[in-house]
Design a protein around this ligand. Structure first.
Ligand code: BG6
Length: 512
């Protein structure tokens, strides 16, 4: 296809984005993530001609499922979840190379059978093929799978070649620092770090990648990006949905583990890190780790740096919804938070004294994720605020989702015969400038892992740095039970305690 005929997102895609022949082995093949994200991602990559000609899928799971049924399951998943409609010829190319292998995760002989299947594929295509293992099972079997990939020799297949084996690991990556370290220990006993791709799907979002471009490809931001000019930073990841049918999972997790430790800490790191020396994966991840390590330990308890809360019954999008404690699978005495707010202090030259406020919750007023950087006010010598001069601090906000884009609040003169001012918003919207239907995060991530680019994945030391901050909070909360748990009605913007967290410093949450 001529480049000019391709979709705008694909034009000029560099040659190095060609993946070697690959077999993707999905552990947890009958699970929800496979249907909602992985199969649609692979389908859309195929649609855009981004998959190698020799591309295979082996679904692996405990249930015994005939190949044909697995293919049907995948076809249904595309119909239901893909951003593009099912085009039979596109899917048939992959479906013909899709099979299923039943086996348990702790049975070495099943992994030997998997190795034999991969060898057969190599014989069939007459060349070596890259195995890409995708672990999307419950976390309790991450360890056994990794160890068996090691024991069967699959983890070291083609080691040292560009098409060496690779492994993608889904969240949750541990429950705390100790379990994350243990998991990293198992991974390192079997794989080299460069073979490992720890997923955080937020890094696959266009706007999250755009943060680096905005910060470092424009010369107007970086000189101001520090404590001399910035007053505070607010990061919001708000969801309208409740825990739905995931009550059982959520009870074991809670908002801090589910959203803050991973997604939000990544947003903090990308917003606040120093410029990397290159766009190389290691250079970027080195800077992120340094930043995470510069965040000071958080105080828990009254007047501390963290607030937790649960939603109570309320109205969301015009509908009555139950409170968290009434949801299916949730203990009516539960001490699990559905909302967390944090005040971070970053102890380095750039940020000392600039609070970073984070909040994330289920059943909030609206689904919105944004990073808002608020600049210091100008000295009030000329335009002292009052009836004539309505002024707001300059605020640059990155809209991660929905309605992706960038906005800047600036003060301007209201047209007229006297000088009066008003804050206005300058907007850039992805959908207006580039059209919609951007690739989904998982498309980019699966392709990146296939070509061995770890930039948008989390390195082992990053995950440990983030857990080091979150673990003491979780321990304190567990010890306190429900004591200190705040509440907010579903459909609101969060609990009163979160407002108090900011008002101490004279700040207020934005209404995104
Ligand atoms: C997942 C969490 O990691 O992210 C979910 O487990 C959450 O609880 C989801 O709903 C949010 O992702 P997104 O892309 O919809 O913001």
């Amino acid at each position: 296809m001529a480049d000019s005929q391709r979709h705008p997102f694909l034009q000029g895609l560099s040659k190095h984005r060609g993946a070697p022949p690959t077999v993707v082995v999905i552990f947890g093949a009958s699970g929800d993530l496979t249907a909602r994200k992985l199969i649609p991602a692979v389908y859309n990559l195929s649609y855009d001609n981004l998959l190698p000609a020799d591309f295979f899928i082996i679904g692996y799971g405990r249930k015994s499922i005939p190949d044909e049924e697995f293919r049907q399951h995948a076809t249904d998943a595309i119909k239901e979840f893909s951003r593009r409609e099912l085009k039979t010829d596109v899917w048939e190319r992959i479906a013909a190379n899709t099979r299923y292998l039943a086996g348990s995760y702790d049975d070495k002989s099943a992994f030997d059978r998997l190795a034999t299947q991969i060898d057969e594929i190599e014989r069939k295509v007459g060349r070596e093929i890259q195995p890409l293992f995708y672990i999307s099972t419950p976390p309790s079997v991450f360890g056994p799978i990794l160890l068996n990939l090691g024991a069967s020799g699959l983890a070291r297949k083609h080691l040292g070649q560009p098409h060496e084996a690779k492994v993608i690991i889904e969240k949750p990556f541990g429950r705390d620092l100790a379990t994350a370290r243990e998991l990293n220990g198992i991974i390192r006993s079997v794989f080299e770090e460069r073979q490992v791709f720890r997923i955080d799907h937020y890094l696959g979002k266009e706007t999250v990648q755009d943060l680096l471009v905005q910060r470092f490809a424009n010369s107007i931001f970086e000189p101001l990006w520090n404590r001399n000019f910035i007053d505070s930073v607010q990061i919001t990841v708000a969801e309208e949905v409740g825990v739905g049918s995931r009550g059982g999972y959520y009870e074991q997790s809670g908002g801090l583990r589910d959203m803050v430790q991973n997604h939000m800490m990544q947003l903090v790191a990308l917003t606040a890190m120093e410029p990397p020396v290159s766009l190389d994966a290691e250079a970027i991840r080195d800077e992120k780790v340094k930043l995470l390590r510069a965040i000071q330990a958080l105080a828990v308890g009254p007047d501390g740096d963290v607030v937790r809360a649960q939603y109570t019954a309320g109205m969301v999008a015009g509908k009555k919804v139950p409170g968290y404690l009434e949801e299916t699978g949730v203990n009516p005495q539960s001490g699990t938070e559905t909302y967390a707010a944090l005040r971070l202090s970053i102890n380095n030259w750039r940020w000392q004294g600039v609070p970073f406020y984070l909040r994330s919750g289920k059943r909030l007023a609206r689904r919105v994720s944004e990073i808002a950087v608020t600049f210091k006010r100008p000295p009030g010598t000329l335009f002292a605020e009052g009836a004539r001069f309505d002024l707001a601090p300059n605020t640059l906000s990155f809209q991660i989702q929905p309605d992706e884009g960038l906005s800047l609040i600036i003060n301007t003169k209201i047209p007229g015969l006297e000088t009066r001012t008003q804050p206005v918003k300058m907007n850039f919207r992805y959908s207006t400038t580039f059209g919609s239907n951007t690739p989904e995060a998982y498309e980019r991530l699966v392709l990146d892992a296939m070509i061995g680019d770890g930039t948008l994945f989390i390195r082992g030391d990053e995950t440990e740095a983030s857990w080091r901050l979150c673990t003491p909070i979780l321990e304190a909360w567990t010890a306190a039970g429900r004591k200190g748990m705040d509440a907010y009605p579903a459909g609101s913007w969060g609990p009163p305690g979160a407002d108090a967290l900011l008002s101490k410093n004279g700040h207020k949450w934005r209404q995104p």
